[in-house]
Ligand binder design. Structure first.
Ligand code: ATP
Ligand code: MG
Length: 254
């Protein structure tokens, strides 16, 4: 049986983007694209600038140079809320939910960020809520959920906004190995049902290899390598970039 895949319109392009904080240049001349329906990874050691890159795409931070385009339109000066209305939606490295609100209320509030809303009874939302083990917990306050479920709720809050471009900042961080397969289901469902382009920042290389046919490696301010993960992760400079990492144990056996 062939599965029909929805395709959203409008590729994301990051053209020669740079970001400085005072005298600290985090990155420069970043070139990156994300087409509708594509899944791409961004990897790199701690402090490489991965979250900062998501921040300049989503509009949390202005780049110091370069431009961001969506569907050919320059959105570099567009504020965050307008970008989310256009469909650029991100998750956070530190999960952000409305802590005293229930799971259902959190999902309802997340729908408000976009004019084109999903219904919480849409098949894919119901399916994901069940997969994440949240079907029987819709009335539970989010900060009383186990950590893994809070994390999955944070991710579910991104897809109820029907993103066109979905930016995931370390979706698997802190999850048990078995729980990490939920991320696979989440990403594949979002891509299949919404046709969105998905950019995944992640330290779990197994997950990156499973999900991303294409990765960018960010290190010391530039993209030092890009392409299919099996090839990229064998490169000496990429391995060295990770050997320099101290805070995370990163396995890059490709
Ligand atoms: N708002 C800010 N003000 C000043 N410096 C910042 C700010 N945000 C990030 N930085 C600096 O930019 C650099 C990149 O940080 P960033 O959080 O983007 O890295 P990262 O690749 O996401 O790291 P990790 O893998 O640990 O999450 C770091 O040196 C950090 O201290
Ligand atoms: Mg980060």
């Amino acid at each position: 049986m062939t599965q029909s895949i929805a395709v959203a319109q409008g590729a994301l392009e990051v053209r020669n983007a740079s970001k400085r904080f005072g005298g600290n240049t985090v990155f420069r001349d970043i070139l990156l694209s994300l087409e509708p329906g594509a899944i791409k990874g961004v990897i790199g050691p701690n402090g490489a600038g991965k979250t900062t890159l998501i921040n300049i795409i989503s509009g949390q931070l202005a780049p110091s140079g370069g431009s961001i385009l969506l569907g050919g339109k320059d959105i570099t000066s567009m504020p965050l809320h307008k970008r989310s209305q256009l469909g650029i939606v991100r998750s956070f490295q530190q999960t952000k939910t409305f802590k005293t609100a229930s799971v259902a209320e959190n999902l309802e509030r997340a729908r408000l960020f976009r004019p084109v809303k999903a219904s919480l009874s849409d098949d894919y939302i119901v399916e994901l809520i069940a997969k994440c083990g949240l079907a029987n917990r819709l009335d539970q306050e989010s900060d009383t959920l186990p950590y893994g479920m809070q994390k999955m709720l944070g991710l579910l809050m991104t897809v109820v906004a029907r993103p066109k471009i979905l930016l995931l900042d370390e979706p698997a961080a802190g999850l048990e190995k078995q729980e990490r397969y939920l991320i696979d289901a989440f990403v594949q469902t979002a891509r299949t049902k919404l046709g969105c382009g998905i950019l995944i920042v992640e330290h779990d290389m197994e997950l990156v290899k499973r999900l991303c046919p294409y990765v960018y490696v960010l290190d010391r301010g530039t993209i030092i390598a890009e392409g299919d993960p099996a090839t990229v992760l064998r490169r000496k400079d990429v391995i060295e970039a990770y050997l320099g990492a101290t805070e995370e144990e990163v396995s890059i056996d490709a």
